[in-house]
Write a protein that binds this ligand. Sequence first.
Ligand SMILES: [Zn+2]
Length: 109
Amino acid sequence: MGVCPKCGNNVQARKLLRLTNLNTITCQVCSSKLRVKNKNFNSTIGGVGGGIGGGLGTLLLIFWIQTGNNLYIGLSVTMFAVIFVLTWLIANKYVELESENPEGMIRQG
Ligand SMILES: [Zn+2]
């Protein structure tokens, strides 16, 4: 769960969805700019999720081409959705946030 290091607020999941290693999100409570602290972990989760999804998705597409069975297309789409959600949930659970200004030089108001 992404927690704001300044005010302890749980950052909304849908905000975390937009958070990558390259951008920041704004805390809805204290307006701090937050970025990913454990970037390596975030990259790993994204890579593993993408790798598994891409690998299995390709495999199912090959089955579909070979068999012509639309079941495999359904499975492929379902699997992408499931892996996307799982990756998101895992990233949400373990992501750590830090303020863009760790020294706390900028004060609101
Ligand atoms: Zn905050």
